[in-house]
Design a protein around this ligand. Sequence first.
Ligand code: FES
Length: 102
Amino acid sequence: MGKIIACKTSDITAGKMIKVSIDGRDILVANINGEYCATDDSCTHSGSSLSEGKLDGCTITCGWHAAEFDCKTGKLIKFPAKIRDLTSYNVVIESDNIFVEM
Ligand code: FES
């Protein structure tokens, strides 16, 4: 697919995350103190929208059953059962635009 615009840097304040829709796919974009990262928004456990959970540093905590993922890598950090990592995406910033490479 290539590089697709997700949002503006001003759309996400530091320490926050938002959900954007790219080609019908829900993507979470987070601002970690000025460093942006992107993963799939859907929790690999039961599909909760992770952008409605919590972000603490690089850790996303799912609002439904508290699975924790690293938002930079998509890797599962903690959950009692084995579930898949999130797909993570490379992010490119050009002027004040955030692009996601898919
Ligand atoms: S849906 Fe995310 S931990 Fe269950």
